[in-house]
Structure formats: structure tokens, C-alpha cells
Design a protein around this ligand. Structure first.
Ligand code: ADP
Ligand code: GN1
Ligand code: MG
Length: 371
């Protein structure tokens, strides 16, 4: 892996291969991520090669992050926002042979989890993403450039699925999943109905709040900061809360093939909602509050469609370790969606309770009573 990093990339940051240890890390699907450790002073960095097939305008990512970083530092000087470091000539990236590289500070004593093992972790992680949204509430999101056009446009994702279906040679294998995709099409139209109500504002959203994109303290699991800032761009609040539901509520990840293991953990749901609302409860509009549960359906359905579409297209977007992995991932996500809908009444009641509590009572989590 080490060989894929050109010495000139390191040089741009005043580093040299001789005194740097390089290790590839992370379970993300998109970028290539390396941990660099300076052998002389122990300083560590995260070096990433941006996936330029996915992000066709890497400069837009760097500009968005810079604008947001400046705003955040004025809002709260103590807020930890791991924006990329500058090269020795003052650039935010290194461009070499059509590859885009950036270096960020490594945040020590933290973990990025792929699945959660306690409701407290769900509370802490959701609070981190909620805090980012709260601090950016006054930021004019229209000053940011979308880094992937139509990224969370569910109607577009549905149409991409239908196109893939019309052109794929793999449809026979995917028949049950294709039927599930069509069965839940109403989620697309429900979204449009909410949107027509008019108080669903554009906000700066992270758009990739899966659990491996937030760092928690490795010992206490307190929230430290959010990472993976490539999709920080204008959007709707449902993108962030929805992806938290997708990745916090089930004990097993999107890669689990045994569907009997795909279930919603209700205490994690309560903790996640409470963590998120502790930051965003007083900011969300009435329509947004009505959409809290819907956000999970919206994102889980969209992710199921995206995995299924990619399978039908021959797995050209999400890396796979075996041929039908994206079909299995789609199946996993449709099961998760079914489970969320099955528990809908109970979960909505928990949201209502939490909204009421949020208006008056102090959070029980602030007294650390969650194991
Ligand atoms: P991808 O887009 O491929 O998901 P990420 O930016 O999420 O890339 O990084 C992949 C992994 O690298 C993270 O899940 C985390 O384990 C680690 N990581 C990324 N940035 C940092 C950082 N600043 N400090 C510590 N670990 C990091
Ligand atoms: C990708 O980069 P990563 O692995 O954090 C994807 C997300 C999906 C997720 C599914 C830019 O996120 O949208 O929800 O995989 N990111 C992009 O695991 O497509
Ligand atoms: Mg990531």
C-alpha cells in the first residue's frame, strides 16, 4: 500500500518517507486513507487520496470545508473540526498525476466504530452531528457548492434504479429486492409531500453520518468530533438523522448476511434521538419535527436502492469482496427498513416523549446514567 504514495505528496507537507511510517486504515467505501506516523517526534496525520470518480470537483470540497471551518472557529473557538492542513506553499490539497491528496491532523485516543455496543455511544455520536448542525444553523448554506449533484435526491435515486433495472442482465437474481424497491416507492412521494409544506429549510448537512464517520474517545466513548467532511453541503436535516438510524440502531452492519440478526434496538433509538435533539431540538421547524421518524425510512430506503442499483450496474461504485455483496447489502437494508416500519408506532411514541421532555426536562444522559 505504501508504494502507492508518491514521495512528492509527502514533500509538499515537509515530510519524507524516510522518517514516516505509513499504514492504510479505515473501512470507508470511497477514499483511500493512510495513517502517517513521524518516527522522530511521534506526530501522526491522516493522509487521504480523494476518490475523483465519485468527487468530480475535489476543489469544491476543499473550498466548502474552508468556509465552514472559518465560520465554526468564530462561533466556538474550542470546537474541534479536523479540516485539512495546508501544504508548505499554502494549498489545501496536492494534485499529482490527476490524483488529489490531502493531509489532516490525526485525532489521537479516539475510535471510529463500525457498529455500536451501548446506547451511550449512540447518544454521544448523535450529539456530535447535532452539534455541528446547531453551530452551522446561521451559516448561509447556499454559499457552499454541492460536491455530488443530487446526492440525496430520492427521486433521482429511484430513477437511477429504474434505469439500471431496464439495462441490467442481473435482474433474475435480484427479483425479491426489485419487488421490495417498487413496494416502497411511496417513500419517494411522501418526501415530496413533506417538502411541499414549505418549512423544510436547506441547511449545511454532513450527508454521511454513518457511525464510522464520528470519533469517540477510545476509553469513555464520549463524542470527540465528526470526520469525513467531503459531503458537507446544502441539504435537508433528514439526511443526517436518517443515516444515524441506518447505522446506529442495528447490532450488525450493512454487510451482515443473516437477516434474522437485523433488528432495531429500541434503547439505542431513544438515546440517539435524545442526543440529536439535545442540540437541534430548539432549532428544528414543525415540519422537521414531524419528519424525525421519516428520516430513517428515507435514508434506509435510499441506501437499499443505491446498493441494488450498483449491483444491477455490475458493482461499479461500492467496492465488494465477493460478487453478490451489493445485492446482499440491499437485502440487509430492505430488512432494516421493514423492521423500522414494524416498530413505527413505538418509535414515534418515543420521539413524542423526547420532544416533550426536550421542551422542559433536563436530559438524563447529562448525568451519565447510561451504561
Ligand atoms: P471514507 O470516505 O473512505 O469513509 P474517512 O474520512 O471516513 O474516509 O476515513 C476513513 C477512516 O479513517 C475513518 O473511519 C477513521 O477510522 C479514520 N480517520 C479519518 N480521519 C481521521 C482523523 N482525523 N483522526 C483519526 N482517524 C481518522
Ligand atoms: C459511503 O465514504 P463512506 O464509506 O463513509 C457513501 C455513503 C453511503 C455509505 C454506505 C460519497 O460512505 O453515501 O451511505 O458509503 N459515500 C458516498 O456505507 O457515496
Ligand atoms: Mg467514512
Amino acid at each position: 500500500m505504501e508504494l502507492t504514495i508518491d514521495e512528492n505528496v509527502l514533500k509538499a507537507y515537509g515530510l519524507t518517507r524516510k522518517n514516516i511510517k505509513i499504514k492504510q486504515i479505515g473501512s470507508g467505501h470511497i477514499n483511500s486513507t493512510y495513517l502517517l506516523t513521524h518516527l522522530d517526534n511521534g506526530k501522526a496525520y491522516i493522509l487521504q487520496k480523494i476518490n475523483a470518480n465519485v468527487f468530480q470537483n475535489p476543489q469544491a470540497i476543499a473550498t466548502n470545508i474552508k468556509l465552514v471551518a472559518t465560520y465554526l472557529s468564530n462561533q466556538d473557538a474550542s470546537y474541534l473540526f479536523p479540516a485539512p492542513l495546508q501544504t508548505i506553499t499554502g494549498n489545501t490539497m496536492v494534485v499529482l498525476n490527476d490524483n488529489y491528496w490531502r493531509l489532516s491532523p490525526f485525532i489521537a485516543d479516539t475510535v471510529a466504530l463500525d457498529t455500536l455496543t451501548s446506547p451511550k455511544q449512540a447518544y454521544e455520536a448523535a450529539k456530535q452531528f447535532g452539534k455541528l448542525s446547531r453551530l452551522l444553523n446561521g451559516f448561509d448554506s447556499s454559499t457552499l457548492t454541492p460536491t455530488i449533484i443530487g446526492f440525496h435526491d430520492l427521486e433521482l435515486r429511484f430513477n437511477q434504479f429504474k434505469n439500471a433495472l431496464a439495462n441490467s442482465k442481473q435482474t433474475v437474481k435480484a427479483q425479491p429486492e426489485v419487488e421490495a424497491a417498487l413496494k416502497f416507492e411511496h417513500i419517494v412521494w411522501q418526501y415530496n409531500q413533506f417538502n411541499e409544506k414549505g418549512d423544510l429549510p436547506n441547511r449545511v448537512m454532513h450527508h454521511d453520518t454513518k457511525i464510522s464517520n464520528v470519533l469517540l474517545n477510545k476509553d469513555t466513548y464520549e463524542g470527540v468530533c465528526v470526520i469525513d467532511l467531503d459531503t458537507l453541503m446544502p441539504g435537508k436535516f433528514i439526511s443526517d438523522l436518517g443515516d444515524m438510524m441506518r447505522t446506529y440502531l442495528c447490532e450488525f452492519s450493512e454487510n451482515e448476511k443473516d437477516l434474522s440478526k437485523i433488528r432495531i434496538r429500541v434503547p439505542y433509538f431513544s438515546a440517539m434521538i435524545e442526543g440529536y435533539l439535545s442540540e437541534m431540538g430548539s432549532i428544528l421547524t414543525a415540519t422537521e419535527k414531524e419528519m424525525l421518524l421519516f428520516s430513517g425510512k428515507y435514508i434506509i430506503y435510499m441506501q437499499a436502492l443505491r446498493f441494488l442499483t450498483d449491483f444491477l450496474n455490475g458493482s461499479i461504485y461500492y467496492p465488494i469482496s465477493y460478487a453478490e455483496q451489493n445485492l446482499d447489502r440491499a437485502r440487509n437494508q430492505f430488512k432494516l427498513l421493514e423492521e423500522l416500519i414494524k416498530d413505527e408506532d413505538q418509535l414515534q411514541q418515543l420521539i413524542d416523549d423526547c420532544l416533550l421532555k426536550e421542551q422542559g426536562l433536563k436530559s438524563i444522559f447529562s448525568t451519565n446514567r447510561i451504561a
